[in-house]
Write a protein that binds this ligand. Structure first.
Ligand code: SAM
Length: 352
């Protein structure tokens, strides 16, 4: 150790420059590079891309070649001139028209999350132990805590678009992780745009699903609901899950909800769900699990920090969730690791 050629130094550089890689991705998305290339009749040269995204040709060339090195673009050279096109990855995830587009998520990460993470060391979580939205939105912390989700209307919509993009990718796996056919009604608590509700309705044609979310989210959710055969099975209900009664259902779903909240609030929410349940009712919990030692699963640990920086919560291990569930009368906990980053847990409410 101690020379620029050693593995430690290489790893250090990789970590230190990691944010630059994210920024290349965010910038190329924000500028619309992938959309431009998707809409073009064939591969484009630097001048055409620079004109299309209204950027300098020097900057565009650097950006395009860096994207090639990151496998976000392909290049071919004809008569000494480079022509660029999307890779499979960018066509699937980085173009707006793709049904699996993650553009909204990247926009949210690039604008809101990146802003919060920029304050990681100097203020924040580790010293203050609270999220950093106030620094990004420029509001007083106390005002933000009045607003249940610490967001301006603009960031709220951006957040919903981001959640919708991710949920569309993961909803099928969640809906099929367990056999839920014994339930005839479900309530997706904090169900946002209804993306998971749609998949549950598709998988179980006899299931009626209520999406319960904050009033302003429910109001905006109509923009995300294309009419379809499942529409008659899905209903939206507005309310605050800490204050208002939850719609009655045989199955409650909490997908990426508990990780937003402190243990106190998690207890509050789980006791509300438990009160609303009859014995035999189900609770489907979907989160990213930490390993039991909480030192190994790098992706989950980073997400746990992300929760600290952006919310009141943290990720938890399977053991921690199992304790929380059992404390609130949910037993027979089954766990399935889904493809990607999520884990699903199904528990049954037993008689108190
Ligand atoms: C991280 S998102 C998860 C959305 C969705 N379940 C998913 O997995 O894509 C959290 C959701 O909880 C909702 N939420 C937050 N606080 C709430 C409250 N007090 N009452 C009802 N919904 C709330 C948010 O509006 C948001 O839709």
């Amino acid at each position: 150790m101690g020379s620029s050629g050693d593995d430690g130094y290489r790893l250090l550089n990789e970590y230190a420059n990691g944010f630059m890689v994210s920024q290349v991705l965010f910038a190329a998305c924000e500028l619309g590079v992938f959309d431009l290339l998707a809409e073009a009749p064939g591969p484009l040269d630097v001048a055409a891309v620079a004109a299309g995204v209204e950027a300098s040709s020097h900057g565009t060339e650097l950006l395009l070649d860096t994207c090639v090195s990151l496998k976000l673009l392909k290049v071919e050279t004809r008569a000494g001139k480079a022509f660029y096109e999307n890779t499979e990855l960018s066509s699937a995830y980085l173009t707006r028209v793709s049904p699996t587009s993650q553009c909204s998520l990247l926009k949210y990460l690039g604008r809101t999350s990146y802003g919060c993470w920029g304050h990681l060391a100097d203020a924040f979580a580790i010293r203050e132990g609270r999220n950093q939205h106030h620094r990004v939105l420029g509001k007083k912390v106390d005002d933000l805590f009045q607003d249940a989700y610490y967001r301006s209307p603009e960031t709220q919509l951006r957040f919903m678009q981001a959640m919708h993009g991710v949920a569309k990718l993961t909803a099928r796996q969640v809906a099929t992780a367990f056999d839920l056919s014994r339930f005839s009604s479900a309530c997706d608590v904090g169900g946002c745009t209804g993306a998971l509700a749609r998949e549950l309705a598709r998988e179980y044609p006899g299931l009626q699903v209520t999406v319960f979310d904050l009033p302003d989210v429910v109001e905006l959710a109509v923009h995300f609901q294309p009419a379809g055969p499942q529409a008659a099975q899905i209903h939206f209900a507005a309310g605050d899950f800490f204050r208002d009664p939850l719609p009655s259902a045989e199955l409650y779903v909490l997908c990426r909800i508990l990780h937003d909240w402190s243990d106190d609030k998690v207890h509050k929410l789980l006791s509300k769900v438990a009160e609303s349940c009859k014995p035999g009712a189900g609770l489907l919990l979907v989160e990213t699990l930490l390993d039991e030692k909480k030192r190994e699963a790098q992706g989950s640990l980073i997400q746990s920090l992300n929760m600290l920086v952006q919310t009141e919560g943290r990720e938890r291990s399977r053991g921690e969730y199992q304790c929380l569930l059992e404390l609130h009368g949910f037993h027979q906990v089954q766990v399935v690791h889904l493809e990607g980053v999520l884990d699903a847990m199904l528990a049954t409410r037993v008689a108190p």
